[in-house]
Write a protein that binds this ligand. Structure first.
Ligand SMILES: Cc1cc2nc3c(=O)[nH]c(=O)nc-3n(C[C@H](O)[C@H](O)[C@H](O)COP(=O)(O)OP(=O)(O)OC[C@H]3O[C@@H](n4cnc5c(N)ncnc54)[C@H](O)[C@@H]3O)c2cc1C
Length: 374
């Protein structure tokens, strides 16, 4: 995407949200000696892509939450953003503090099952350690939601606990992605079958609200088509919602119905010259993926300095998104497919993702060491 110009030191760049996109951009801008502050409500980066492994592996949860402070030092500010004044160029935090900016990047992502954002690190570790303990003692486990996350969790349990009964209930007609090419879905179905995972498609769970997530007990999961599945553990993988907390009050006119921000071809929030948005909280790409958030961060890391130096920015293009999806299916299996529908050899995704869920990569990027196993 071209080489980066330097960033004028008198420009204060504020990034709200230090998830996949915000973290990538903050690291790149700090390397350019930019005057950057990254604000997040949590004190740690949740490598949530790996949450599926924490469901089966005791002691994994401790490694999945990487503290910001050692990586970002004074560039990091903990706080929940509750308002943005684009005229005064100020961001307000819960509790009343205000941060001024010259350029603002909103990277507040999404939230939902396996991706909470309000827990302290201690509570987050407890929550995910609890999942693996409950999986351990359960014999019949129902996963609700057969998108990428539900399918990955089912395969994690199928790999580490092949004698447990696993049922995956999905409202759609095929697992993972409704628009995936048939050879991708075929390969996923084949692995699921090899793992003896029972799949129920085109059925919606009716008593969802009565079923606690991740708590060992005795449950009957009932669907709208009359199926009943007995379970001693239910795990919900029912999808993510855009996290609009930072901007719902101030930028409501710039939001779509789903809560995403409307951005132009330079990822600028429509009508706000100094405000950009990247990742799950924008409508720049239909694919809501960490991979895409990181590509958009890399795009801005190259193009923001141009804009700040009065040079023309290149437009963002979804053509740089090469992969449709890379699915881990337990530690030793996976399925990966390009946007053009080409299936790549399985060892690529096993090596890149399934074997350690990219833990080493994210620790290395944050210049920290993975904690020793207990
Ligand atoms: C279990 C699971 C597995 C996944 N696996 C994959 C995968 O294999 N590959 C892939 O590409 N994608 C995967 N995804 C999707 C991926 O997690 C998201 O697309 C990605 O997190 C989006 O990144 P982001 O930078 O837009 O925002 P996020 O990563 O959601 O980060 C947003 C950050 O903003 C902070 N924030 C939000 N609001 C505020 C506020 N008001 N004030 C302060 N801080 C705030 C949050 O605390 C958070 O740290 C997975 C998702 C889940 C749930």
């Amino acid at each position: 995407m071209g080489s980066s110009a330097s960033v004028p030191a008198d420009k204060h760049i504020v990034i709200i949200g230090c998830g996949y996109g915000g973290k990538e951009l903050a690291l790149a801008l700090i390397k350019l000696n930019a005057n950057v502050t990254v604000v997040d409500a949590k004190e740690y980066f949740h490598h949530n892509v790996a949450s599926v492994r924490a469901v089966v592996e005791e002691d994994y949860a401790r490694k999945m939450f990487i503290p910001y402070a050692p990586t970002f030092g004074d560039h990091f500010r903990k706080g929940k953003v509750t308002g943005i004044d684009v005229t005064a160029k100020k961001v307000s935090l819960e509790g009343g503090d205000v941060i001024s900016y010259d350029v603002l990047i909103i990277a507040t992502g999404s939230t939902g099952p396996m991706k909470e954002w309000t827990l302290s690190r201690e509570d987050a570790v407890k929550k995910y350690s609890h999942y693996s303990a409950e999986v351990n003692k359960s014999k019949s486990i129902v996963l609700i939601g057969g998108g990428a996350v539900g399918t990955e969790i089912a395969a994690e349990i199928g790999t580490d606990f092949p004698h447990k009964k696993v049922t995956l209930i999905h409202g759609g007609a095929q697992l993972v992605l409704p628009n995936a090419p048939s050879n991708f879905t075929c390969k996923v179905n084949c692995i699921v079958k090899q793992m003896n995972i029972h799949v129920i498609l085109n059925e919606l769970v009716e008593n969802l609200a009565d079923l606690p997530d991740g708590v060992h007990g005795s449950y009957q999961v009932k669907t709208n088509k009359g199926s009943t599945v007995d379970a001693d553990l239910v795990i919900k993988a029912t999808g993510l919602k855009v996290n609009t907390t930072a901007y719902a009050n101030s930028l409501a006119d710039h939001m779509n119905d789903s809560g995403t921000l409307r951005v132009n071809e330079f990822l600028q929030v429509d009508g706000c010259k100094d405000v950009f948005a990247i990742g799950d909280c924008t409508d720049a790409s239909a694919a809501k993926l960490a991979y895409v958030a990181i590509l958009q961060a890399q795009y801005l890391a190259t193009n923001l300095p141009k804009q700040l130096n009065g040079l023309p920015m290149q437009p963002w293009s979804n053509d740089c998104i090469k992969y449709l999806i890379g699915l881990s299916m337990g530690r030793n299996r996976g399925v990966v497919c390009t946007v053009g529908g080409w299936m790549l050899p399985e060892f690529i995704i096993v090596y890149a993702k399934s074997r350690d869920m990219m833990l080493a990569r994210f620790y290395s990027e944050m210049n920290q060491k993975i904690p020793e196993s207990k």
